[in-house]
Design a binder for this molecule. Sequence first.
Ligand code: SF4
Length: 500
Amino acid sequence: MDLLISKTTFQHCMQCPKDAWLKLHRPDLKGTFTPSEFELHLMEQGNEVESYARNLFPGGIEVSTKGEHAVEDTTRLMAERMPVIFQATCIADGFIVRNDVLKWNPDTNLWDLYEVKGTNSLKIDQKERDHVTDIAFQISVMRRARVPLGRAYLVHLNKEYVRMGDLNIEELFQIDDVTDAANERVTEIEPKMEGARDYLLRADEPRGGCDCVYSSRRNHCTTFQYSNAHVPDYSVHDISRIHKTKLTNLVDSNILSIDDVDPAAFDLSEKQTNQVQAHQLQKPSIDRGAIADFLATLKYPLHFFDYEAYAPAIPAFTGYSPYKFIPFQFSLHILQEPGGTLEHVEFLHQDFSDPTEACVATLRAAYTSGSVIVWHETFEKKFINENIAKRHPLLAPFIATINNAMVDLEKLFVEQHYIHPGFRGRTSIKKVLPVLAPDLSYDALEIHEGGQASNEWWRMLAPTTTAEDKAQIAQNLKKYCALDTLAMYRIFSHLATLTS
Ligand code: SF4
């Protein structure tokens, strides 16, 4: 069968035609398209949400075949007036759609379309990338395939829902009628659909088309380096918080390497200038006074602390709303006094139940007083602790004590009291640690980052995971989380030595 354009490919093409073309035509670049742990999590969550949403449509039949066979099965089920069809498939004019839910409406004698999204709201204002465009694409293809369509709905999660006991599917989801907006959008996107199809079906690789040379690094897709082989690995795109205008000026002046940047000529901010100069001089810049002042605020015993958490779309336990974090693990390294021996306390919940109370009890047993040192406090303080306090008012006073004792070690680096060319303008612990404590590394671990840790925890709890795998995952998780807090201790020690 010829290449068919799906709604995902179309939306991808609207975001970046070049990247969409490469994904379709360059299987040899497959390695660069490997989804991140975060993207994997989103995909899994999307599938899970869809399977729960099907409970809103009892008696539905799924079209499980693919391609032309799926179209034949869909046609047959529609002719039989099956009340609800999941994954109904239509192909027309080089486009393919698979609907989440198609429901026969006996009052109108039309098929109503339901699109399920694992988001907390309807996204209507993002032009090509929003949910309305997604549905408009489906309407356009189904009309071409002569399906008599009625209303169009978006089914998404209700962020106000709080699970109490068993899941209440009706309350968990919200259904928005988007018929009018989607019909309006059809007119708007149909010329774009034709354009996308022509572009994506061309056999020769499109020349240029990679506009991200004018965007900062975090906006680049994984094929940026392929399309822009002339851009150095560490380039002007890595200048922290660089505005598009300044970046455009640099690129249009043919300045790509940070070595070639004159900060004054391009009106870089003080922090950007510091980053550039640290690289050009290959010399760290350390404000020992500011670091000493910061360290002087710490109160012993010092607690180097880090949570790991998982945020499922479907609330797993009582008290949780969609995408609220479940604190399943922490690591705590404790230094009772300057030069003392480092103690380690850890918590890892290994059952399918809410870990919160056991987690807080373990923390309470380990903490009496002193500073709680974290890296990037928003996560620990706001996303975890404040939600624990809301779910468990009786734990709120202790949680407030911990939050009040919290000190964010990353701030020293964010505020540039320590600049090192090796940080490359970044302040994450994964960037700072290899420079300040090169003997410690995440590379040798099975788990390398927080997203992977949370996905692994969820996998550990799955009933299909063997006891042997569960034990291995638990060990990997403990090693990963312990390294996060040991890393903080080592960075602290490095700073203390510098200022002693
Ligand atoms: S880096 Fe940007 S412009 Fe280039 S292919 Fe990727 S998304 Fe497209």
